[in-house]
Ligand binder design. Structure first.
Ligand code: ADP
Length: 222
């Protein structure tokens, strides 16, 4: 069953067709890579998928419900409970340490729980960095902290936008292993990347070109 579905999604900014008639679905436990050159519409697509923006035209289904029928409160609830976001620019709070950054996301979701925040950080290999602030962490560690933060509320869907864009190969390999583990747990993963090596671990690659769907490559039928 598809937990997210785009049917003929378009997004226009004036004359610019950032997305033009895009259709694809994401199933439970499926890893979908979104690939395409700069300016092909990837960020616009992520903004719509994560309910930060709405399409100009087309239908966006969330678990069978039309996203356009949700009110503000329902959109907020969906974003907090169902989606975990991982960005290339980490968006960590500089004056909070690692465990506090994770707990802040718990706070917005429901209530804080230091024990589970600690175990989320252990899971990404940061047990020895709980009291470090972002500036005291390496790039790879900051990205792992972002993943712990995204996972803390047990989202069904992880959306990662160029998560290894600034990282070296060793750190990229660590992130790749984490993503493989998430898929094995039945999470759906949407990964935006320029990196063909990383992208090909997907079950499906959605390729964009000038805002249009170039092709969908199915690598592994779910
Ligand atoms: P990508 O993430 O693949 O680099 P984007 O989704 O950022 O591509 O952009 C797709 C196209 O839409 C580009 O031509 C970009 O200039 C345009 N675009 C994106 N956001 C806006 C905006 N807010 N206003 C005007 N044009 C935009």
């Amino acid at each position: 069953m598809e937990i997210l579905k785009f049917n003929g999604i378009c997004k226009y900014f004036g004359d610019v067709k950032a997305l033009d008639n895009i259709s694809f679905g994401v199933k439970k436990g499926e890893w979908v890579s979104i690939m395409g050159p700069s300016g092909s519409g990837k960020s616009t697509l992520v903004n719509i998928l994560s309910l930060m923006d709405s399409p100009t035209k087309g239908e966006f289904l969330l678990g069978g419900d039309d996203a356009s029928s949700l009110n503000e409160a329902q959109i907020l609830e969906f974003r907090r409970k169902k989606i975990g976001l991982v960005f290339q620019q980490f968006h960590l709070i500089p004056y909070l340490n690692a465990i506090e950054n994770v707990m802040l996301n718990q706070y917005y979701h429901s209530c804080v729980d230091e024990k589970s925040a600690k175990s989320a950080l252990e899971r990404v290999g940061l047990a020895h960095r709980l009291a470090h602030r972002p500036s005291e962490l390496s790039g790879g560690e900051q990205q792992r902290l972002c993943i712990a933060r995204a996972l803390i509320n047990e989202p069904d869907i992880i959306i990662a936008d160029e998560p290894t864009g600034n990282l070296d190969e060793a750190n990229e390999a660590v992130i790749l292993e984490l993503f493989k583990g998430l898929r094995a747990e039945g999470k759906s993963l949407i990964l935006v990347t320029h990196n063909e090596e990383l992208g090909k671990y997907a079950d499906k690659i959605v390729r964009l070109r000038h805002g249009k769907l170039d092709k969908i490559e199915v690598l592994n039928e779910i």
